[in-house]
Every structure is written in structure tokens, then in C-alpha cells.
Design a protein. Structure first.
Length: 278
């Protein structure tokens, strides 16, 4: 409506996007304080403002972790706009990222659920329970992404028809459909491991991992392939996958080497510390 009816174009799309997030936040707040969470929300208390330093550090780390990841994909689309035949390149990349984003919603659900479950298990001093939750969530999410990536390969020449009737754009999306399928495959693991990191309190560590993976590997490699080797949007997409793959491998290595019993002890110590300050 804002784009077409009011003629606001890109500004209207940005306004609609911001409005949707504002409504989403308002609905979450209403749900939390409206009586649907009686065991987790009992009203405002002065205790909520005690020892906020650690909470602020954790929140800031989480914000940086998420922003670094979101900005990474926006920067890649921005860079695509400076390529030869930029309109076609941006159209193709935007369609692929929209499809990847839709599919990612499934795994963001796993991210939230895994983060909560791991945090609960560690808080209950059940390190092996946290490990088992990580294994089950990662395996389930990966199998779902494997199925959807196979669908993307099977329907490779029809993916863009949801968005456009332009044969040139459809062919451009078809050319990078294999990379889209590979991205979807990584989507099945990376968000779940991020959820494990959130539940375990590793946000600051993951922020550094994101800087190295996305900004020191993904973007430079994408620019090198896209412009240096003249692979265009294909090169940028390969660079993006390299950054995501590096992040996924590092998070997997951290998770596999994790001593869950020790993490449970750390969580227990934090719980006792915060309880003693009330």
C-alpha cells in the first residue's frame, strides 16, 4: 500500500519494514505482561535493576553478534549494485536472498528454541542435557534444510517465477541456484549453533567469529571473485558462502570441544551470584 497506493517507492518499503518490527515488538510485550506468562513475569520489581552490568554486557554482545551478521548480507547486496548490468545482478541476488530468508525462518525457530533449552539445561546443572538438546536440534534442522535444498535443485529453473516474469532474471537466478541450495544447507546448521552460543553465553566470542568470518573472509573474497576474476554476482555469492561456511565450521568446532559439565558449573555460579544480590 505504501509503495503502490501512496507512491512512496523504496521509502514506503522501508517504512513498512520498520512498522512491522514495531508491531512485532509491541505484540511480544503485550504477550509478556498481559498475563500469559505468569511464572516468568510477576510485575516490575526493584530487584530487576540490581547488578545490571553483566546483563548489559551480554545484551550488547548479542546485539553486536546479530548486527554483524545482518549487515554482512546488506553490504553484499550494496556491492552488487556497482557491478556491470547492476539491475539484473541485484534482482537475481535479492530473489535468492529472499528465498533463503523465507527458509531461514524455520531455522530461526530452532535458534530460539535451542537457545532457551540449552540455557535451561545449563541453569539446572544438566550439562549432558544441554549437549543432547544441541545434538537433536542440529540434526533435525539440518535434515529439514537438506530436504529444502534438494527441492531448490529440482525446481532450479522455476524459483524466480514467484517474483518475476522476466526471462533474463529467471535465467540469472537459475545460474546461481546451486549456490542457493548450498546456502540453504548451511542455514540448517549455522542458526542452531548460534542458538547454542546464545544459550551458553558465548555472544562476545561469536561476535569476534562473525568479524573474522564475514568481514575478513566473506566480503574480501566476494569482492575478489566478483570484480578481480569477473565472476559477477556468482563471485559475490561464493564469497558470502565462504564467510558463512567459515563461521559454521568455527562454531561447530567450539561446540564439539565444549565441556558441557564445566559450562553447567559456570551457569550455576552465575545463578548463585545473581541470587545473592537480590
Amino acid at each position: 500500500m505504501l509503495v503502490q497506493y501512496f507512491g512512496l517507492g523504496v521509502l514506503g518499503a522501508a517504512m513498512a519494514f520498520n512498522l512491522s518490527w514495531a508491531v512485532f515488538t509491541a505484540l511480544q510485550l503485550a504477550y509478556a505482561i498481559g498475563g500469559w506468562c505468569p511464572e516468568t513475569w510477576s510485575g516490575l520489581s526493584a530487584s530487576a535493576f540490581v547488578d545490571l552490568t553483566e546483563f548489559v554486557k551480554l545484551s550488547a554482545s548479542s546485539g553486536v553478534m546479530v548486527c554483524l551478521e545482518n549487515w554482512y548480507y546488506r553490504i553484499l547486496i550494496f556491492l552488487t549494485g556497482y557491478m556491470k548490468n547492476a539491475e539484473l545482478a541485484v534482482d537475481a541476488l535479492s530473489i535468492c536472498m529472499s528465498l533463503s530468508g523465507w527458509e531461514m525462518m524455520i531455522h530461526l525457530g530452532f535458534l530460539a528454541g535451542t537457545g532457551v533449552r540449552v540455557a535451561n539445561e545449563l541453569g539446572a546443572a544438566n550439562g549432558q542435557g544441554a549437549r543432547f538438546a544441541t545434538l537433536v536440534s542440529t540434526t533435525t534442522s539440518f535434515l529439514i534444510s537438506l530436504f529444502i535444498s534438494l527441492l531448490a535443485l529440482i525446481c532450479h529453473d522455476k524459483l524466480a517465477t514467484i517474483f518475476t516474469s522476466s526471462e533474463a532474471v529467471i535465467d540469472a537466478v537459475d545460474d546461481i541456484s546451486v549456490l542457493l541450495a548450498l546456502t540453504i544447507l548451511f542455514n540448517g546448521v549455522q542458526p542452531v549453533l548460534s542458538g547454542v552460543a546464545i544459550g551458553s553465553g558465548w555472544q562476545a566470542l561469536v561476535a569476534y567469529v562473525n568479524i573474522g568470518s564475514y568481514y575478513l573472509i566473506g566480503i574480501p573474497f566476494g569482492v575478489l571473485l566478483g570484480w578481480g576474476f569477473h565472476y559477477g554476482v556468482l563471485g559475490i555469492w561464493v564469497g558470502m558462502i565462504c564467510g558463512t561456511a567459515m563461521q559454521t565450521l568455527i562454531l561447530a568446532w567450539i561446540t564439539l570441544r565444549c565441556d558441557w559439565n564445566e559450562e553447567a558449573l559456570k551457569a550455576g555460579n552465575r545463578m548463585r551470584q545473581w541470587s545473592s544480590t537480590k
